[in-house]
Design a binder for this molecule. Sequence first.
Ligand SMILES: [Zn+2]
Length: 448
Amino acid sequence: MGTSRLSGIGASSHVCGELVEARDATLQHPAKPPSQYWIAGLRRTHVAREWDALGSNAKEMPATNLHVHFGGSIPAETVARFTPYTGAFEEALERISRKQLYVPDAKKGLAPYLQHYTPTSRAVPLPDPKYAREVARDIAYNYAKDNVVVAELRINPFRDFFSIHRVPPNELSSYSEAYTRAIAAGLNEGSEAARAQGLSPTHFGVIFDGNRFTPGEKDPKESLRKAAIIVDRMYEEAIRQVKIDGNPMKVCAVGICGLEEGHPATAFKSSIDKIHAHNKEMIESGQPDKVLGISIHAGEVGTSEEASKAVLDAIMLASSPHTPVGRIGHGVLASQTKVKEGVEAMGVRLSDVHFEICPTSNFQIIKELDENAPHPGLAFENKSINSDNDALSGPVGKEARVAGASPSQAAQMVLDGISWSFRLSQLGIKDEVLEKTNQKFRDLGIDL
Ligand SMILES: [Zn+2]
């Protein structure tokens, strides 16, 4: 919340070793957070006032981030470290962060959003494990500072290798493992650095998020066909990696992301069924720590009817007796009434379906959303509040204000997020984390 991605440059130097120390000489002036961070939140002045009544306590609010793309969350200080520049820090920041990383309020829509996502995710050569490790380290350190209790990072370890490095298919598995191991190592290092400063480290999980379209492929059918092949291989890899002793890579779920139009999640059913079969085997052999969750992006585009259908399809795909009932990424354009009727017809309670709402991202992408009204996701029964892409939206802690949530609503969403975390479920520490976080809210004087 109070700590921005940009304010930690000096603080992160001890996390990041020599490379940074050399650079730090030129990074002496901590920058103010870009104004876009706060604009959406401050529009709702009544909410802002309620938050401000918490005073400095608002900075201490625990948060969760269950929907956050690794490639879209490269901290600005990490970018600065790997981007050669000359001149004053402010100028560099202007070029690197404001122009490149943040979506201007004036521009809306998925296309401009993705135009910003691409340079963000390419700002450092992420598919190289060396850089992935650095990014993960900075994220882990920042998240601990921002009081993030649990975060599940979405990575796409196949597409980048496949499309950029032309890794031969028979080597995808080993490349993918090196990448995931590097991320986990970075997360552990950043957490250690945070712990050394007396901060509570974040519990991290990693989600293998499959892209439902093939960039550059113009024929929609071909785009879907090729995506399905890659997603299938990626899910097999998630299953292989989660079974590695002790799950050192923190693999906790699989997902489907990317453009929804023309790319229905139902096209990936056979791959999703492999996850259900794996989960059945894990439950029956007494290994709940190796169960994989499923989270599908749905209901972020289209008419209310299309969005409701996409959400219902996603819930149907993700439901099985051995899989934690799925989480829906966004879902904001779906009709709650239609979704409720639909899930009940499937024998699922709507309160058992968790919606990962991402207010800043939604306001940047979805033109139909009224920024002066509370975010429609607040009406969902079971939901958490997430950043989607930190580099494009700022830290997750301020998302509750952007949504128009009161502090107690925000607190409830954090508790829901903990309850629906795939990673905490694998670790078997959900109740313990819930209890601690509840206490923290009580100490801050927030009613639940
Ligand atoms: Zn997303």
